[in-house]
Design a protein. Sequence first.
Length: 292
Amino acid sequence: MSEFKLTRFAPTPSGFLHIGNIYSFIITHHLAKKNEAKVLLRIDDLDRERYKPRFVQDIFDSLDFLEIPYDQGPRDMADFEQNHAQIHRLPLYNKALEELRNKKVLFSCDCSRKKIEKMNPKGYYTGFCLRRNLPFDQPEITWRIKAKMHLDVPFKELNLGIVNGKLPGILTDFVVRKKDAMPSYQLTSLVDDIHYGVDLIVRGKDLWGSTIAQVYLSKFLDENNFAGNTFFHHPLIQGPNNQKLSKSSDVTSIQLLRKTGKKKEEIYGMIAEAIGLEQRPKNLEEFSGLIK
Ligand SMILES: [Zn+2]
């Protein structure tokens, strides 16, 4: 039965891929297969402060080394730069920002991160600029969407059905356009998923709040079915000493494991061990039926 048409891998090239990213790809691959959906590789590169070409190259190399296939998206670095980089979709992001602005759901804000932390120790936005009516078109100004903390946003979670999401405090009045005038992650991720027709979104539990923000945001954009999509938030793999894996500490990065002579089978074995499986699958397909 093909309930879904398209899902995606959406790595950010701000570091080398680690076993947690691969775990996410394994789940995505098997859910796609089970549902006869296609997989799109989408590289979220718009945050150019953290972007490095070698991290994009690393995505191709790691997928190739671990023999993880995908159906759509860039095949190599040149194809990526020419046809798939997010900068090519800047007009789409700006169109969405215009729609939001016309619907009068945005406000502009000149608060620094420091100032926000001073007003709220947890860094939750307190709505300081909500009624200041600062002009939208001026340099160094952030655009935020009016969104109250704990706002109810129901969405469809795979295996659970409709769940009641509540916007986390840290995403109160979240940013849709950054002060460098570029669209924020929440906006680009949403607009891309709508643009490509993604209807099954697989991501780590750390992005639960982003799902809520994006479903909320989607309701203000013209004609889209994003709020009808199905989501699957998978658990995160813990690193050594139960630490969260990150792209900046690369002890579990695929490129380092490869450099130290690890074979494909051993990397799959490490992932199986990290998620507590008794079996030791040697390749992508052997994970079928072993993971939920
Ligand atoms: Zn402000």
